[in-house]
Design a protein around this ligand. Structure first.
Ligand SMILES: CC(C)(COP(=O)(O)OP(=O)(O)OC[C@H]1O[C@@H](n2cnc3c(N)ncnc32)[C@H](O)[C@@H]1OP(=O)(O)O)[C@@H](O)C(=O)NCCC(=O)NCCS
Length: 165
């Protein structure tokens, strides 16, 4: 029997979200550099720690063998909260639903680990990220003045947002 796979179902045409691994670090770091200027961007070393060594879970979104975005969740033992450490989509591929898919996968991981809340901090001037988080159901918990060491888009102030899982 001949198996016919529609073109858009072939792996190179399918968006996949999978756990990140060591081989993904170059691509993850390249996306981070595109998303954030120095000195805000995490260094490759910091990303390697977060992805490989921290009490964390990291996922990448791929189309074919191209990594288009990633998310890193950090955990603290005994805490009911999972923390979105960062979520980045390659600027060439934003507004295609990738950020929302990554966030959803991160939240699934938190639920599997028994967490009850997802929490994150975002620059109060980061409209795209705040739009994403609001769409995903996050609400403002508090504003934190001078949260960041360096200015993000003209401010060091952050919003802490939360979502019940
Ligand atoms: C924030 C970011 C991850 C969003 O990723 P994305 O793949 O473009 O997001 P999606 O396509 O899944 O968008 C989901 C929703 O987010 C909101 N959103 C996304 N981009 C937006 C923008 N530029 N302005 C306002 N809202 C936006 C919208 O509500 C959107 O839903 P819609 O398409 O139905 O309008 C991406 O812009 C990014 O990587 N930015 C740079 C890195 C960054 O700031 N990360 C967050 C650190 S806290």
């Amino acid at each position: 029997m001949l198996l016919v796979i529609p073109v858009n179902m072939e792996p190179q045409h399918r968006s996949i979200i999978r756990p990140a691994n060591r081989d993904d670090l170059e691509a993850i770091s390249a996306i981070e550099q595109k998303c954030f200027p120095e000195p805000i961007a995490y260094s490759k070393r910091q990303l390697a720690y977060l992805v490989l060594n921290a009490n964390s879970a990291s996922f990448v979104e791929t189309l074919g063998n191209v990594i288009r975005g990633f998310v890193i969740v950090t955990y603290r033992r005994g805490s009911p909260i999972g923390h979105i450490e960062t979520i980045d989509v390659d600027p060439a591929h934003t507004k295609k639903g990738i950020g929302l898919k990554l966030l959803t996968r991160a939240e699934d991981d938190m639920r599997k680990k028994g967490k009850r809340w997802s929490q994150l901090e975002v620059s109060e001037n980061n409209k795209a990220a705040i739009g994403l988080y609001k769409k995903a159901g996050y609400t403002l918990k508090e504003k934190i003045n001078r949260y960041y060491r360096y200015e993000h888009e003209g401010t060091r102030d952050a919003l802490r947002m939360v979502k019940a899982l």
